[in-house]
Design a protein around this ligand. Structure first.
Ligand code: ADP
Ligand code: 5GP
Length: 197
């Protein structure tokens, strides 16, 4: 599952609550060249890399998708994602829209979920209220948000993060619906059709 949405819409908050309520998935840890925020740990929130290190990994084929967002590289390390998928686990990538669309090209079975804020004014309030970026960065992120939200039309699902609990329920509903899609139920159809008890 790809989860995208403009900075400050609440992706991190919704995911935290999803896991707190027993959500079962592997959350991919991205690599980035942006500086850590206070409290962010290397290997937990992100792998914090220098530009050269990031570019080496990129040319070595270690990055599944990547984008340049507000002047920094962000990318998904390939290895851990495929390890988990091969074990049959759900995998969530919390990434911006250029990356999301690259994933759709490379993995057509991916489900793309867009998280929208209830309004643009509320997005601004949340981004400023988080107090993790200076005003110049906030302005750049809000500018990027307009373009990013255009991509919502191309996603498979849209979750509006008005109340966090409702957004989490919707996310869980998406996982539940995807699990019972016909293409994920071929085994059970075969079994019922072809084997006698
Ligand atoms: P993102 O991960 O999308 O950049 P965050 O999860 O960091 O966004 O949320 C941005 C800010 O908005 C945080 O201060 C968070 O506490 C707040 N927030 C997130 N979801 C909601 C919500 N549903 N209602 C009110 N505030 C929210
Ligand atoms: P932040 O700096 O707020 O942590 O993230 C900025 C943006 O980069 C967010 O929209 C976030 O979803 C996105 N992002 C985080 N990791 C990745 C990644 O691995 N790939 C891509 N394409 N975007 C990412």
């Amino acid at each position: 599952m790809v989860l995208s949405g403009p900075s400050g819409c609440g992706k991190g908050t919704v995911l935290k609550e999803f896991f707190a309520r027993g959500g079962d998935a592997f959350l991919s840890v991205s690599a980035t060249t942006r500086a850590p925020r206070p409290g962010e740990e290397n290997g937990v929130h992100y792998y914090f890399l220098g530009r050269e290190e990031f570019e080496e990994k990129l040319s070595g084929g270690e990055i599944l998708e990547h984008a340049c967002y507000c002047g920094n590289y962000y990318g998904t390390p390939r290895g851990p994602v495929y390890e988990r998928l091969e074990r049959g686990e759900n995998v969530i990538l919390e990434i911006e829209v250029q990356g999301g669309l690259q994933i759709r090209e490379k993995c057509p079975e991916a489900v793309l979920v867009f998280v929208l804020p209830p309004s643009f004014a509320e997005l601004r309030r949340r981004l400023i209220g988080r107090q993790t970026e200076d005003m110049e960065t906030v302005s750049r992120r809000l500018e990027a948000a307009r373009t990013e939200m255009q991509a919502a039309y191309d996603y498979d699902y849209v979750v509006v993060n008005d109340r966090v609990e409702d957004a989490v329920e919707e996310l869980k509903a998406i996982f539940a619906a995807e699990r019972i899609k016909t293409e994920n139920r071929k085994n059970i159809i075969d079994e019922v059709l072809h084997y006698d008890a």
